[in-house]
Ligand binder design. Structure first.
Ligand SMILES: Cc1ncc(COP(=O)(O)O)c(C=O)c1O
Length: 410
């Protein structure tokens, strides 16, 4: 596939020799849809249906409250956390599933900031809004200052006042990725610690949290981990720091002995102290099935296919759709697993593509994103997505105000 734009035969040959092709059977994708939004909401997994069905009808319907023990509902946060651990290069006791990313971020920022008497939380200007909102509130509560600087300034700005650095590893808009290891070392040298938001990294790019000496992280369950809409999120704390932290939301589920109903709060050992209230068991079942779609795969294999999908997408777009400006870094070490383009009518283009069965998403003001999810995407899907872009851009109709800009959840 050199020198000329790939043909359908070319990409079908890639699919025929794809070692990950069989993983697609782990998903129930609707007919007529090519799904490029797994960086926002992973698709329904084949395992979720029977798991939720069995949970509702048998465990809840028949066994009722006995299922907290019999079906180990009570152990779900730790059990699923241990399954997420290898996907992010953590040890099994370093991850727990709970709440949402936003709530986990709040718990972790407040708990981690207490380890130091320094005054500033540093973050990237343009970080995902929830991170900034939560960090602002956490800083206010703790009497700290939140400072947001350009990504190129972050290392330079780390100084004697830096308590924590809050970074989203892969940027939600353009997919740019920080060098986790270098940043972790730089923060350590400055006497600070980093809280990583892995929402666009977990299940997307190879991570080695333990090996890279990462202290803290949170991440999302409903994107690349395929856990279903509003799936619970996860927290990671390096083993040696866990006992030094206390959650600012010390609910009974994070108590060392919740069923003793003690008057005083005594945090549970390890990550369990980050639980607050009763886990959302129905959602946990779908999340566990989502995380199980990664069983038997090495993240390096997944990343190799993601890179091939990216190269195909980016080459075909630059050959065929000059109107779209790729804003995702070409260097594989500097990007995540979605590809983003700028176009003045990105919203309308995105809507026209969705009408044609190609589901990507739009981020204001002018960005269209396509998630490259190797577990279920074929090379052929990319080929059709680009061909569809070419066809739409060649007509004028879609540019009209047919698709009114409106608030959307994608
Ligand atoms: C980087 C990042 N952090 C956090 C979130 C949201 O987290 P939650 O809604 O689970 O609190 C998102 C959602 O898209 C995100 O992209």
């Amino acid at each position: 596939m050199t020198g000329r734009s790939p043909t359908l035969d070319d990409v079908q040959a890639l699919d025929a020799s794809d070692p990950l092709a069989s993983f697609r059977r782990r998903f129930l994708l609707p007919e007529g849809v090519r799904y490029f939004d797994g960086h926002s909401l992973g698709p329904l997994t084949t395992g979720a249906l029977p798991a939720v069905h069995q949970l509702v009808l048998h465990q809840w319907g028949e066994r009722l409250i006995r299922s907290w023990n019999e079906a180990d509902w009570i152990g779900a946060p730790q059990r699923i956390g241990a399954k997420i651990a290898p996907i992010i290069g953590a040890r099994s006791d370093e991850v727990i599933v709970a709440d949402s990313t936003s709530v986990n971020l709040f718990k972790l920022l407040v708990a981690a900031a207490k380890l130091s008497n320094r005054s500033t939380i540093l973050t990237e200007a343009g970080n995902f809004p929830t991170d900034v909102y939560i960090a602002t509130a956490a800083a206010d509560l703790m009497g700290l200052r939140l400072e947001a600087v350009d990504r190129s300034e972050i290392v330079k700005r780390m100084g004697q006042d830096t308590n924590l650095v809050l970074l989203t590893h892969v940027h939600f808009r353009d997919s740019e990725r920080f060098d986790m290891k270098d940043l972790t070392i730089a923060a350590r040298e400055a006497g600070a610690r980093i809280v990583w938001d892995l929402s666009h990294s977990a299940g997307a790019v190879p991570l080695q949290l333990a090996e890279d000496g990462v202290d803290f992280a949170v991440g999302c369950g409903y994107k690349y981990l395929n856990g279903g809409p509003g799936a619970p999120a996860f927290l990671y704390v390096a083993r040696d720091l866990q006992e030094r932290l206390t959650s600012p939301l010390p609910g009974w589920m994070g108590h060392s002995a919740p069923f003793e109903f003690a008057e005083d709060y005594l945090p549970a050992a390890g990550m369990s102290r980050f639980l607050a209230g009763t886990p959302a068991i129905l959602s946990m079942a779908a999340l566990e099935a989502g995380v199980d779609t990664f069983s038997g795969i090495k993240m390096d294999q997944l990343w190799a296919k993601s890179s091939m999908l990216f190269d195909l997408f980016s080459t075909m777009i630059s050959d065929r759709c000059g109107e779209l400006e790729c804003i995702t870094p070409e260097d594989p070490l500097r990007r995540g697993s979605h590809i983003a383009f700028r176009h003045p009518q990105a919203f309308q283009l995105c809507q026209a593509l969705i009408e044609a069965g190609i589901i990507g998403d739009f981020r204001a003001p002018d960005v269209i994103r396509f998630g490259l999810t190797p577990l279920y995407l074929k090379f052929e899907d990319v080929w059709h997505a680009v061909e569809q872009c070419v066809a739409i851009l060649a007509t004028e109709q879609w540019r009209a105000d047919r698709f009114q800009m409106r608030a959307r959840v994608t």
